[in-house]
Design a protein around this ligand. Structure first.
Ligand SMILES: [Zn+2]
Length: 507
């Protein structure tokens, strides 16, 4: 038996059956290297096996986050009362403030926040590509964290300066796709956990240019390509279809602009959406389409578009909301229940029961099996099975939040009662990244040892770096004329200003 064997002994293991129903099973899990070797009640204990007593623990598949901008840690807190247009200048375009080293610590802290909240796989829409080194240190930080990631390399509109806001003339300078090729040839990273994906939002470029970029991406065998669907000044499905690019490799984040007819074509193409309830609800991006309201089957579609089977969940900006995918599942679920209930209340009716697709199990599945399907890894992650990757989250069933609920319905306990504090351990690729409630130190990826001068980092060292890096950036950010920047952005995106609403507060 290999030296890296771990026995999780006697837990409440959440196992998906063939119909994706979650069956709570009192059993043990033997992990060998990066995979689940055996599941059974009486697995023998070898002296080389590390045994973890899991009685009074829930063992869940690791959670999958299919839309996240991992670099934004230094911007946390500033978007609390902002709309999308405001966030674009105070958040998105502030990638300008980040040095490659800032990216490393922002990204590492973001990934560690995700891990402590139970995320084991992430699709990173990494729009931090201000230079080759920005992308490379973003990947190095992701690899260092231990998370599993599809790091989606993103060509961006690079800011040249503020006051006034100006952009670099050519967003596709030679190095942009050259760096993509270099990284595609070099990957995967982090012992195979971090693979290269691609993210793209610049559909304003000439069609033949966009097609040329996608041809290069496909030629490198990239499996996941993600595009924002939130932008109210463009319809991403239309744009992808007009270029014949909508296929099973595409994840569209947010559903806001998607029509019912387009939803059918997304399903036919095998593409998927990633819904990020917190940011979508806050920033007028349309309601989260990860849940269909059940009144669809009564011949009334309401505003549901029928994409729940092709949906998964994302955090989007951990600068604007917490990094927990379980929280997103909860907010998305309760919002969908509200949409459902409201539909009947408006007719002076009251629903008798809760539809199955608005159950806690449905929410749990969006955060596990559906996320795994979205990244084409349904065979390896998202469920607990012999032969699967050992990506597991262990909850304390006796914590103040969980006790009672955990014994009655562990899925309800996770979706409606838990917080990251109830997560005792997180195992990714067979390696503990959180244990006894604490994030473990990370070994710095070899490619970042020179830039950081560090071999290993514990959480406090990462946090201190975030604090000093944030302070320095804040001094620069305070000098920016954001009104000017917003107006420039509106003109650049040809936004019809008639559509913008000024909300005056009553005194
Ligand atoms: Zn986003």
């Amino acid at each position: 038996m290999s030296m890296s064997s771990v026995l999780l002994k006697g837990g409440s293991v959440l196992i998906h059956d063939a119909n994706n129903h979650v069956v709570e099973t009192k059993t043990s899990i033997l992990i060998e290297n990066d995979r689940i070797a055996k599941i059974g009640p009486t697995l023998t204990e070898d002296e080389n096996v590390q045994v973890i007593d899991c009685s009074d623990k829930i063992i869940s598949p690791g959670f999958v986050d299919t839309h996240h901008h991992g670099w934004q840690t230094q911007l946390k807190g500033r978007h609390a009362n902002e709309q999308l247009l405001e966030y674009m200048v105070t958040g998105n375009l502030q990638s300008f403030q980040f040095s490659p080293e800032d990216v490393f610590y922002g990204q590492l802290a973001g990934m560690m926040e995700s891990i402590t909240a139970g995320t084991t796989t992430i699709v990173d829409h990494a729009h931090i590509t201000c230079s080759p080194d920005h992308a490379k240190l973003g990947i190095a930080a992701t690899a260092s964290s231990g998370i599993r990631s599809v790091f989606c390399y993103t060509p961006i509109m690079r800011v040249d300066g503020f006051n006034p806001l100006t952009f670099c003339r050519n967003p596709l300078d030679d190095w942009v796709m050259q760096t993509f090729h270099e990284l595609a040839d070099k990957g995967p990273f982090g012992a195979g956990r971090v693979t290269l994906g691609f993210a793209f939002d610049m559909f304003f470029l000439p069609p033949e240019v966009v097609k040329g970029i996608f041809a290069q991406v496909k030629q490198k065998g990239i499996q996941t390509i993600t595009c924002h669907g939130s932008v109210s000044w463009g319809n991403v499905v239309q744009q992808l279809e007009s270029l014949d690019l909508l296929d099973k490799h595409i994840i569209i984040s947010h559903g806001g602009t998607i029509t019912t007819a387009q939803a059918e074509r997304i399903k036919a193409a095998g593409a998927s959406i990633s819904s990020t309830p917190s940011s979508e609800l806050q920033m007028a991006m349309g309601r989260p389409y990860c849940f269909d309201s059940a009144f669809v089957d009564r011949g009334i579609t309401g505003d549901a578009i029928g994409l729940q089977d092709n949906a998964s969940l994302g955090v989007d900006c951990h600068a604007a909301t917490g990094g927990s995918i379980i929280t997103e599942a909860r907010i998305g679920l309760q919002n969908a229940r509200h949409v459902f209930g409201e539909h009947y209340l408006k007719q002076n009716k009251v629903p008798r029961t809760m539809p199955e697709n608005l159950s806690v199990e449905a929410a749990f599945n969006l955060a596990t099996v559906k996320g795994a399907e979205a990244v084409g890894m349904g065979q390896d992650i998202g469920r607990i099975a012999e032969g699967s990757k050992a990506d597991l989250v262990i909850f304390d069933a006796l914590s103040p939040s969980m006790v009672g609920a955990a014994q009655h319905d562990p899925v309800a306990a996770i979706i409606l009662h838990s917080s990251p504090a109830d997560i005792e351990s997180v195992i990714i690729d067979g390696i503990f990244r959180k244990k006894d409630g604490q994030l473990l130190s990370v070994e710095v990826d070899p490619s970042a040892k020179e830039a950081t001068g560090r071999q290993a980092l514990d959480w406090m060292a990462v946090a201190r770096k975030v604090v000093t890096s944030r302070e320095r950036m804040q001094q620069e950010i305070e000098k920016i004329d954001f009104e000017e920047a917003k107006n420039t952005l509106l003109k650049l995106f040809h936004v019809d200003e008639e559509r913008l609403v000024d909300v005056k507060q009553k005194q």
